[in-house]
Design a protein around this ligand. Structure first.
Ligand SMILES: [Zn+2]
Length: 429
């Protein structure tokens, strides 16, 4: 599939795109001191983008054989003592909330909850792999000073899945996860800088014995090799429970960051006593794979805002079609076109004639709206006469201007872009 190159920054603005500035200008998200730093409010236009990403995540999870679960964002302290998070991460967690004799914590990760979903029934080798997916919220008690925009936040909404499988299924499951990453990045137009195999190295604070780590690191390397993916190693960058594959991307300012991760874990299944009945009738311990394909919604959306400099492909654009009546007398036909576009499941808005047409077109350009449909007297007469088969004068974000475009064609072209999630604007001759 063709992917759109991020547009060059306009000449008046040589600085690389910054999602905090664009987030304000495009009204994608806001913060309020009453809520607190690192706790962004997703405004309606930002919420559209996130909802589209969440929809992609849900589709991809189904395609990857996952079952959806919902689990609570808090649990008793004992859960995170059992998982090892409390010993390792207590300083990064919000302090316990005492309710009667019990203490609750906002969760630092979704994994322990999914381990307990696995443990909620007896499993046989025939049930494996069990793949559980949730777009779940987890929490970090970051200090206010280090927080900014969407890149450092206190609530992280993660596209998360945990696969419980037999040891001989690990390679195939890792390959499945990596294929999912590659497919999603193609759709999103994100270039992968490199794959990184993050190992334990000589550091301490990691759970589990040498043998388990060596085997886990070997399996991840083998899965990458199976897919012909080159990678570099990073010592000491592993998760505390196991090694991982990090998918590294670079932002427009040249900073590298991790988006997706695939992690291999022999330790959590041990700590939670997870078992399945094998073909030999004996009880065996499954392997746990942490699969974060689309990463945190905050981190991914920040990356996409900067990658596209706010000019999102049509399927992600908060407003896909802006309808502009040239003058007040064209308002009713303009509203009618916007209604038709919305009835087809697309996102349309109407910008009334409160300013000159030129000023409103510039405003639409500032909002990076992909399609602007202009309704003058000629189009209005046509729409009123033909009802369902009117025509509009169309301006595309890339500068093209097309006269006399039937509304039905407008809808079918944009619907195709949105269904394909292809990044182009369509309307090719
Ligand atoms: Zn996990």
């Amino acid at each position: 599939m063709r992917t759109q190159q991020p547009p060059a920054s306009p000449p008046s603005d040589p600085a690389p795109a910054d999602h905090r500035r664009l987030g304000r200008e495009l009204r994608l998200f806001a913060t309020d001191p009453l809520v607190g730093a690192g706790l962004p409010l997703w405004l309606p236009d930002g919420a559209v983008i996130r909802a589209e990403i969440e929809r992609l995540a849900a589709e991809e999870a189904v395609r990857g054989g996952c079952q959806r679960v919902y689990t609570p964002v808090l649990a008793k302290r004992e859960l995170y003592e059992r998982s090892g998070h409390w010993a390792k991460f207590a300083d990064d967690m919000f302090p316990p909330m005492k309710v009667g004799e019990e203490e609750f914590l906002l969760r630092p990760a979704n994994c322990p909850h999914h381990a307990l979903v696995y443990a909620s029934e007896q499993r046989s080798f025939r049930d494996l792999p069990v793949r559980l997916a949730e777009l779940g919220a987890m929490f970090r008690s970051e200090l206010s000073g280090v927080l900014g925009g969407l890149s450092r936040v206190r609530q992280i909404n993660l596209d998360d899945a945990h696969v419980f499988c037999a040891p001989e299924q690990v390679r195939g499951e890792i390959a499945l996860a990596l294929e999912s990453v590659l497919r999603c990045y193609r759709l999103l137009g994100i270039d992968i800088t490199r794959f990184r195999l993050s190992r334990r190295g000589g550091g301490d604070g990691f759970l589990g014995g040498d043998g388990l780590w060596a085997e886990a690191e070997r399996q991840l390397g083998a899965a990458l090799a199976d897919l012909g993916i080159g990678y570099s190693g990073a010592e000491g960058e592993a998760a505390f429970y196991g090694p991982k594959i990090d998918v590294q991307v670079t932002d427009p300012a040249g900073r590298e960051e991790t988006l997706s991760t695939v992690q291999l874990d022999f330790n959590q299944p041990e700590r939670f006593g997870l078992r399945y009945v094998g073909s030999d009738g004996g009880r065996h311990q499954p392997v746990m794979i942490h699969r974060g394909v689309l990463s945190a919604m905050e981190r991914l959306v920040a990356h996409l805002v900067e990658l596209y400099d706010g000019a999102f492909p049509p399927w992600l654009s908060p407003v896909q079609v802006l309808v502009l009546p040239v003058a007040d007398q064209n308002a009713e036909p303009a509203r009618h076109v916007a209604c038709q576009v919305r009835a087809a499941g697309l996102r349309a808005d109407c910008d009334p004639a409160d300013a000159t047409l030129g000023a409103r077109i510039r405003r639409a350009r500032g909002r990076r709206i992909p399609y602007v449909a202009v309704i003058g007297d000629r189009e209005a007469a046509d729409i009123q006469r033909a009802e369902d088969d009117g025509r509009v004068a169309l301006r595309l974000r890339d500068g093209r201007q097309l006269g006399g475009v039937p509304v039905a064609r407008l809808i079918s072209e944009i619907s195709r872009q949105v269904t394909d999630r292809s990044a182009g604007l369509g309307f090719d001759a």
